[in-house]
Design a protein around this ligand. Structure first.
Ligand code: URA
Length: 193
């Protein structure tokens, strides 16, 4: 039987595949446009996301929305989710075993969305999706391709809140993302490609 959003969401909502399931208030499944050409993938929900069941709604989420606005995007034009769908305690990085337990769900989300472009938000997503030894400070903003999908990592908005000196780099990366969208899927901006 082909996969469906309904089947996937129902499975995730009852998942206890790792230790994070027991501590969650809400599963944080995803947000935005399920037909988007551009998918943004963070690491794991924080406190606010766990409370509301929506990715990137805290301070980092506000910054992410501002970053999208800089290149004329918003949540109606992209799909946003995380490597892990449940909040790690104290907002620590998700453990490898937790990422491994959840990655199959993300792969199914990617298969359902069928994006042309995937943007990894931060190191955790990049090491999981691009290369296990990915170095975000050296390799952010660089394009690579997997199975016809263009992929790039940018700094995680939380990292930009902690260290504003990285913001000019993040701005350059966003401009590179905008240029790539215009080249690969201009319909995102209303073009006809
Ligand atoms: N950080 C993430 O990586 N994901 C969220 O949903 C919120 C904060």
């Amino acid at each position: 039987m082909p996969d469906s959003w309904e089947a996937l969401e129902a499975e995730i909502r009852r998942c206890q595949g790792c230790g994070l399931g027991a501590g969650r208030t809400n599963v944080v499944f995803g947000d935005g446009n399920r037909q988007a050409k551009v998918m943004l993938i963070g690491e794991a929900p924080g406190f606010n996301e766990d409370q509301q069941g929506v990715p990137f709604v805290g301070r980092a989420g506000k910054l992410l929305d501002d970053m999208l606005e800089l290149i004329d995007l918003d949540r109606t034009r992209v799909y946003i989710t995380n490597i892990c769908k449940c909040r790690p305690p104290e907002n620590r990085d998700p453990l490898n075993v937790e990422q491994a337990a959840c990655i199959g769900f993300l792969r199914r989300q990617v298969a359902l969305v069928r994006p042309r472009i995937i943007v990894c938000l931060g190191r955790i997503a990049a090491t999981q999706l691009i290369r296990s030894d990915f170095k975000i400070s050296r390799e952010h903003g660089q394009w690579t391709e997997r199975a016809g999908v263009r992929m790039m990592a940018i700094y995680h908005p939380s990292a930009l809140l902690r260290d504003p000196s990285r913001r000019p780099d993040a701005f350059d990366d966003l401009k590179r993302l905008q240029a790539e969208i215009l080249a690969v899927c201009p319909e995102v901006y209303g073009g006809n490609g």
